[in-house]
Design a protein around this ligand. Structure first.
Ligand SMILES: *[C@@H]1O[C@H](CO)[C@@H](O)[C@H](O)[C@H]1NC(C)=O
Ligand SMILES: *[C@@H]1O[C@H](CO)[C@@H](O)[C@H](O)[C@H]1NC(C)=O
Ligand SMILES: *[C@@H]1O[C@H](CO)[C@@H](O)[C@H](O)[C@H]1NC(C)=O
Ligand SMILES: *[C@@H]1O[C@H](CO)[C@@H](O)[C@H](O)[C@H]1NC(C)=O
Ligand SMILES: *[C@@H]1O[C@H](CO)[C@@H](O)[C@H](O)[C@H]1NC(C)=O
Ligand SMILES: *[C@@H]1O[C@H](CO)[C@@H](O)[C@H](O)[C@H]1NC(C)=O
Length: 286
């Protein structure tokens, strides 16, 4: 009797583990609806492949594979991730793609007046090489329109959704995406107040053909047990909150706060840069 019970528990936990890892186009689509990414960001979403976003935790060098709706910390997402996509029909193989990584919850989920915020926007991604043995890597062939900015929701905010979408680019072989995007989003376009649906319409994108999302809570408010003291000293530079100025939308390169300019900041600098940012009033965290 006991052994049957134990076997049941074991089987149950194996099934749990397996299903927890398995991401399908259906499970992604369900997760988007459950978290209201549809309709907040997209009118509808019918993924044709599974988008993989893989972060490298700066304090442990561990790879973190994003599954839809998972909780991550600002530290874990500080560095630009790698992207891959699996399961797309073969007809997609020769095509180029646009990646958009946005925050629809800025400055907070209950006040979205600054949304959407672009955390990365780039085109001319192609399936090239491998993310791992089974998943093709998405490699880019042109400069990002908006370079990666790690999540940094403001203190006191609820967790933000960070949504990563892969679109078909639909350009001719001689066209690069920055030339198509130029009049709609370019290096001087503020990160805030973006609308990825409108942008896709303006630039002739189709899809999204794949996507994922995750949550990040403000530094210190994390529900994750990984934000323990052990990683604090090494993580402190990477966890400096990211912010964007709202005052000078015409300033080139999206007006990153000085604190975010260098990844080589020492931990001492981290503290003084936070103080500096607090002194500069119009800065907001995204
Ligand atoms: C919403 O956020 C904006 C930008 O930070 C702020 O100016 C505004 O006062 C906020 N509105 C409310 C109702 O909190
Ligand atoms: C593509 O790669 C180059 C160099 O590796 C980088 O500077 C550029 O910003 C990248 N584009 C995107 C969209 O990440
Ligand atoms: C490769 O990546 C996919 C998606 O991230 C994952 O499902 C699969 O288990 C990985 N395979 C190996 C051998 O790591
Ligand atoms: C692309 O560029 C090449 C060389 O510049 C040219 O020969 C070709 O006709 C162009 N193709 C299209 C579709 O414009
Ligand atoms: C850059 O994008 C803005 C829209 O954000 C647009 O008004 C401006 O004309 C664009 N600049 C160029 C050089 O196309
Ligand atoms: C984004 O643009 C689309 C298409 O123009 C529009 O239907 C939608 O309401 C806009 N979304 C937001 C949040 O403004």
């Amino acid at each position: 009797m006991y052994s049957i019970f134990a076997a049941g528990i074991t089987l149950f936990s194996i099934v749990q583990r397996t299903t927890a890892q398995e991401v399908t186009t259906d499970s992604v689509s369900d997760a988007f609806t459950q978290a209201r990414v549809v309709p907040d960001v997209l009118r509808s979403f019918e993924p044709q492949g599974v988008l993989e976003v893989v972060f490298t935790d700066p304090s442990t060098s561990n790879q973190i594979r994003v599954t839809p709706g998972m909780n991550l910390t600002p530290a874990q997402t500080a560095n630009r991730p790698n992207f891959g996509v699996s399961g797309l029909p073969p007809s997609f193989a020769p095509q180029s793609f646009v990646l958009a990584f946005i925050d629809p919850d800025a400055p907070t989920p209950s006040n979205r007046t600054l949304a959407q915020v672009r955390h990365l926007l780039g085109g001319d991604f192609a399936l090239e090489g491998q993310l791992n043995e089974t998943t093709p890597l998405l490699a880019n062939k042109s400069e990002a329109i908006t370079e990666y900015l790690g999540p940094g929701p403001p203190p006191g905010s609820g967790p933000h959704r960070y949504v990563v979408l892969l679109f078909n680019q639909n350009t001719t072989p001689n066209q690069t995406f920055p030339s198509v995007s130029a009049s709609f989003a370019n290096s001087t376009t503020p990160r805030i107040g973006f609308n990825v649906t409108r942008f896709a319409e303006e630039t002739g994108l189709t899809g999204p053909v794949a996507g994922t999302f995750f949550f990040v809570a403000p530094e210190g408010a994390s529900s994750s047990s990984s934000s323990s003291a052990s990683g604090a000293s090494t993580a402190s530079t990477a966890t400096t909150p990211r912010s964007v100025s709202t005052t000078s939308p015409s300033t080139p390169t999206n007006s990153l706060a000085p604190a975010t300019g260098s990844n080589a900041a020492t931990s001492n600098m981290g503290v003084s840069l936070v103080a500096l940012m607090l002194a500069v009033t119009p800065l907001i965290f995204l």
